[in-house]
Ligand binder design. Structure first.
Ligand SMILES: *[C@@H]1O[C@H](CO)[C@@H](O)[C@H](O)[C@H]1NC(C)=O
Ligand SMILES: *[C@@H]1O[C@H](CO)[C@@H](O)[C@H](O)[C@H]1NC(C)=O
Ligand SMILES: *[C@@H]1O[C@H](CO)[C@@H](O)[C@H](O)[C@H]1NC(C)=O
Ligand SMILES: *[C@@H]1O[C@H](CO)[C@@H](O)[C@H](O)[C@H]1NC(C)=O
Ligand SMILES: *[C@@H]1O[C@H](CO)[C@@H](O)[C@H](O)[C@H]1NC(C)=O
Length: 510
């Protein structure tokens, strides 16, 4: 970045010396335009109606509510999964960027996408994403709207593999389009994933010994008296049996105590096929306060993509209708059939997809027409406008918004990631020719895509902003503090408060 800026600086200096009058003229017009624009912008902002809050409560997989898992699994599990993991039957590889020095290990293709097993690398485009187990449910929303393979890397230190398998296996019996998804696991090499055996699961279900109705009323002395009586009544035959049984009981209780001291994964109780219950699951990562190496996940899922082009995105982002199909059509048109079929890609070019975020209580839009309506009524904005205004504001945003919605995807403008967009972190369709994401950056540290963007700036990448498709995010759940503050500003809205109380009450119960 600094090199880019320096080059730009040197250039402009030389230019100013050579053509100072012209430059001054340009500078003057530019300043006037900017001032006028700012003026217009401010006066444009004021008359906006106050933000209203709808009553739609976004929950991924809500469309599966009421459906029960069937006998059939729509997924192709490998390596003995979902019930056990046969170590030695597969390769364990290091993470892509760091290689053999990496602290992370990868198990590729634990689940393979059946629907796209034989698809050629030019006839499809992959949705590349990553998640921790709590966020896995979002994948059904992507599977619903993405016409192509989905490559998903899941972070599974220790028993988080168990949690991930519970959720994935459940989904695979619930939703036929899970057949689009391939799943890869990655984990710190010191926290090897672990699956419980069926027996361990059964035992974990019986550890909580609930007193039966019959013995519930009896006092302890009464219980002891009964036991003694039983003992006296034994004859020579039954005594041996009794002693054996007692010994076995005791051993079982002891092993259970040992197992009980180790942290155990929760067993998720699914009411139906919707996500109820799996979002708040207590993962190993949370229990141990581990950071999430999001870029390892991105690289892993990206490396596992079997198609030339893919979109590295976040699991909470939902694609607009036809995004994958229209992208393939566009590439075919721009490149011509011959080049496309021989596997060519555009060198040093990526195709940027705009990101939007809806306000709380609003449904996610799937068409540009709907999105534009929502933006003009202040129910949607570009992604992270409130948290990180520079991260996703893209060049040509205003133009994008006024261009009419059509049912094709097309390049709108070519941008370089330079000032004032020097902190832009776009999501884009790219290929494996792009630099890897920096695996040392974690999600918690924020701005995790920055270094890759810098590298691409230095390599003078062209960023082609696309019109006709977009990704959208449900309302960002802010930390509790923020939520309370936001609530206080809008005390007038009675319904909102009731909703908030409901939410808060739920939290407490947990
Ligand atoms: C599912 O399996 C159970 C028992 O294995 C059987 O009774 C039931 O008919 C099966 N349902 C379907 C839809 O195949
Ligand atoms: C990418 O994955 C393949 C297996 O699917 C593996 O052979 C290769 O080493 C991986 N590349 C990197 C850079 O990790
Ligand atoms: C993929 O190809 C293999 C043989 O190469 C074939 O057996 C299999 O049925 C094909 N699968 C699909 C989904 O077309
Ligand atoms: C338990 O005791 C109460 C009174 O102490 C009695 O009413 C009740 O029926 C008893 N329940 C059983 C299961 O014996
Ligand atoms: C039980 O066995 C003992 C010897 O081991 C014997 O003395 C006793 O009579 C037996 N009692 C009965 C009820 O068989």
């Amino acid at each position: 970045m600094s090199r880019c800026l320096r080059i730009f600086g040197a250039y402009s200096f030389r230019l100013t010396r050579k053509h100072s009058t012209i430059f001054l003229g340009i500078f003057f017009t530019l300043s006037v335009t900017i001032i006028l624009q700012l003026y217009a912008y401010r006066h444009h902002e004021h008359p906006h109606p106050p933000r209203s809050v709808g009553d739609f409560n976004y929950s991924p997989g809500a469309f599966l509510r009421g459906r029960q898992p069937g006998n059939l699994s729509y997924c192709l599990f490998n390596y003995g999964l979902p019930n056990r993991l046969k170590w030695g039957k597969f390769k364990v590889l290091p993470s892509p960027e760091t290689g053999s020095r990496s602290n992370y290990r990868v198990i590729y293709n634990a689940i393979q996408s059946i629907l796209y097993l034989n698809v050629s690398h030019v006839d499809a485009v992959t949705y590349v994403t990553q998640a921790t187990p709590e966020f896995l449910y979002h994948v059904v929303e992507i599977a619903k709207f993405w016409d192509g393979p989905i490559s998903l890397a899941v972070y599974t230190p220790k028993y988080d593999l168990d949690i991930a398998m519970q959720i994935l296996n459940h989904l695979c019996h619930c939703y036929p389009l899970m057949a689009k998804v391939s799943v890869h696991f990655f984990y710190p090499k010191r926290a090897v994933p672990k699956l419980r055996s069926l027996k361990e699961i059964r035992m974990s279900l019986t550890t909580v010994s609930t007193p039966t109705l019959e013995t519930f009323n009896l006092s302890t002395t009464e219980l002891l008296r009964r036991k003694l009586e039983n003992y006296h009544n034994l004859n020579n035959n039954t005594r041996a049996q009794y002693i054996q049984k007692a010994r076995k009981n005791k051993i079982e209780r002891m092993t259970m105590k040992i197992a009980g001291t180790r942290p155990q994964p929760p067993t998720i109780k699914f009411e139906d096929c919707s996500s109820s219950g799996s979002e708040n699951v207590e993962t190993y990562r949370k229990a141990k306060l581990m950071t999430y190496p999001i870029n390892v996940g991105r690289n892993v899922a990206r490396n596992a993509s079997t198609t030339n082009y893919f979109l590295v995105s976040d699991i909470e982002l939902v694609p607009s209708i036809g995004l994958a199909k229209n992208f393939l059509k566009m590439i075919r048109k721009l490149m011509g059939d011959e080049k496309r079929d021989s596997g060519c890609v555009f060198p040093k070019t990526v195709f940027v997809v705009p990101l939007f975020e809806v306000e709380r209580g609003e449904q996610i839009p799937h068409t540009k027409r709907k999105l534009i309506q929502m933006i003009f009524t202040n129910r949607a904005t570009y992604f992270h406008q409130h948290i990180c205004p520079h991260c996703q504001r893209f060049p040509g945003l205003q133009t994008w918004l006024v261009r009419p919605a059509r049912n094709v995807l097309e390049p709108m403008l070519i941008a370089k990631r330079e000032y004032p967009y020097h902190r832009w972190e776009p999501l884009y369709f790219g290929t494996n020719k792009e630099p890897w994401y920096s695996e040392s950056l974690s999600w918690e540290g924020l701005q995790d895509k920055m270094t890759q963007m810098l590298e691409m700036c230095l390599q003078r990448y062209r960023m082609v902003v696309l019109d006709g498709g977009f990704l959208s995010h449900a309302a960002v759940t802010r930390s509790k503090k923020h939520r309370i503050r936001a609530e206080q500003m809008n005390l007038v809205n009675y319904r909102k408060i009731i909703q908030w109380l409901k939410k808060k009450y739920d939290d407490r119960q947990e």
